[in-house]
Design a protein around this ligand. Structure first.
Ligand SMILES: [Zn+2]
Length: 207
C-alpha cells in the first residue's frame, strides 16, 4: 500500500515526539536550556496514539473508497421534506428500492442529515425489514437522504467488512456501537492496522 508523503511525515513527527518523552529520565540528567523535559504521561500518550490511528485511517480511505465502488451497487433515496412524514422515511426507502432490489437480503445503509453529516451506518442480512423496524429512530426520522449499498456477491464476511468500510468513510454520529470488526476478525484492513498501531505504540512507550 502507498501512503502519501504528507501523511508519512505527520506520522513520523508524532513518533519522534513520543520517543523524546519516552527518554524523559535520560534527558532529565542533562537538563535543557528550555527548562525541564516533559515526562511521558498516559493521557498524553493515548492522545498521540489516537492521532497516529487517525492518520492510518486517513491513509486507507482512497483504497477503501475504490473497494466499495468495485464490490457494491449503490442506490439512494432522497426525502422531500414536505411530502414524507418523519416516521415514514424508513418504509419509503423500502418501497422505493424493493422493486429494483427485492430479492437481495444483504445490504448496508447510510443515513445523512444534510449533504455530508452522517447519522448512522447499519447493516441487514434480512433485506429491508431491518431498516423498516428502525422507523422511529432519530437517524431515520432526521434523515434527508439514505444511501443503500448492495454487495455484488452475498458472502458471509462481506457484510461486516462493508459496514466497517463505510463507517471509516463516513464517521457516523451514531457511533456508540462500533462495527462488528472484532467479532468477524480481520475482515477490515483499516481496523487491523489501527489496532496494530496501538499495540506497538503501547509496547514501545509504556506509561
Ligand atoms: Zn474497520
Amino acid at each position: 500500500m502507498r501512503f502519501s508523503p504528507r501523511l508519512r511525515k505527520r506520522f513520523g513527527r508524532i513518533v519522534s515526539r513520543l520517543g523524546q518523552r519516552r527518554a524523559w529520565n535520560l534527558l532529565q540528567i542533562f537538563g535543557s536550556p528550555r527548562g525541564p523535559q516533559p515526562k511521558l504521561r498516559k493521557k498524553w500518550r493515548d492522545g498521540k496514539i489516537g492521532e497516529l490511528q487517525d492518520i492510518v485511517e486517513l491513509a486507507h480511505l482512497p483504497h477503501l473508497r475504490r473497494w466499495v465502488r468495485k464490490n457494491t451497487q449503490k442506490a439512494g433515496v432522497r426525502f422531500n421534506r414536505s411530502r414524507t412524514a418523519k416516521d415514514a422515511k424508513a418504509s419509503e426507502v423500502r418501497d422505493r428500492l424493493i422493486r429494483r432490489r427485492g430479492k437481495q437480503r444483504h445490504l448496508v445503509y447510510v443515513s445523512f442529515a444534510g449533504r455530508r453529516r452522517c447519522l448512522k451506518v447499519g447493516r441487514s442480512d434480512h433485506g429491508f425489514g431491518r431498516i423498516v423496524s428502525q422507523q422511529d429512530a432519530y437517524y431515520f426520522r432526521d434523515a434527508s437522504r439514505v444511501d443503500v449499498y448492495f454487495p455484488k456477491f452475498e458472502r458471509k464476511r462481506m457484510l461486516p467488512a462493508l459496514e466497517c468500510a463505510l463507517t471509516h468513510l463516513f464517521i457516523p454520529y451514531h457511533f456508540y456501537q462500533k462495527p462488528a470488526a472484532r467479532r468477524y476478525g480481520r475482515t477490515c484492513p483499516v481496523c487491523h492496522d489501527m489496532k496494530l498501531v496501538r499495540k506497538i505504540a503501547r509496547e514501545l512507550y509504556p506509561a
